[in-house]
Design a protein around this ligand. Sequence first.
Ligand SMILES: Cc1cc2nc3c(=O)[nH]c(=O)nc-3n(C[C@H](O)[C@H](O)[C@H](O)COP(=O)(O)O)c2cc1C
Length: 213
Amino acid sequence: MPSSENLFSRVCRENRKKQTQILGIMASPRKGGNADILLEEVLKAARQSQAITEKIIINDLSFIPCQACEDTREDGRCKIEDDFQKIYEAVLRADSIVVASPIYFGSISAQLKMLIDRFQCYWRAKYVTKTIDEALMKQGGFICVQASSENIFFDNARSIMKNFFNTAGIEYCREIFCSGLEKKGSVKEKPDYMEKAAAMGEKLAQFKKGKFA
Ligand SMILES: Cc1cc2nc3c(=O)[nH]c(=O)nc-3n(C[C@H](O)[C@H](O)[C@H](O)COP(=O)(O)O)c2cc1C
């Protein structure tokens, strides 16, 4: 790697594989729960459509919330060296990102909010120092599950995810909102939700970011 090359450029340069790369981000602490099952369905369908998939379980990683540092780096990378760096590199590598979260108290999970806030470094590089390449638009899908049938909770979650995706250069293009799911694994009894997840995986597998297609 040339010494002047920053992390963003390096990851993009290395991301020249022909197959579409899809990153799944699981934001529930409940492995094998509803968000996890739906995310697995998306990734399985994507693999069947020849995509390469990667999955991150946020709750398995160790990172702290954003510290609102004033002396940030200018290359878009957060200076705090913890497991967030793994997430950041995986997001840069991917063509498409799928995030799956439960509704907790009317919003996304705390695990996911912590991840999003750590992208403040990326926001700064994009809008303040302007060191992020805008041509690298990715596609994004959002899966959200909840016990109740309150649409306002999904509206809250969508609003946060759109804000995040927009900052990270990810086009918010697909969503699946699933109500009435309280017990772990209850989504398996809802074939319509499972079918929507498989369809999302197939669609995302067809997308390859323009620059390296
Ligand atoms: C801390 C906590 C808060 C929750 N808050 C809500 C809520 O505000 N509205 C709702 O409909 N369900 C709420 N639920 C239920 C979960 O959204 C629901 O059980 C979901 O299916 C869990 O997804 P998972 O299996 O992927 O973990 C909450 C569950 C927990 C543990």
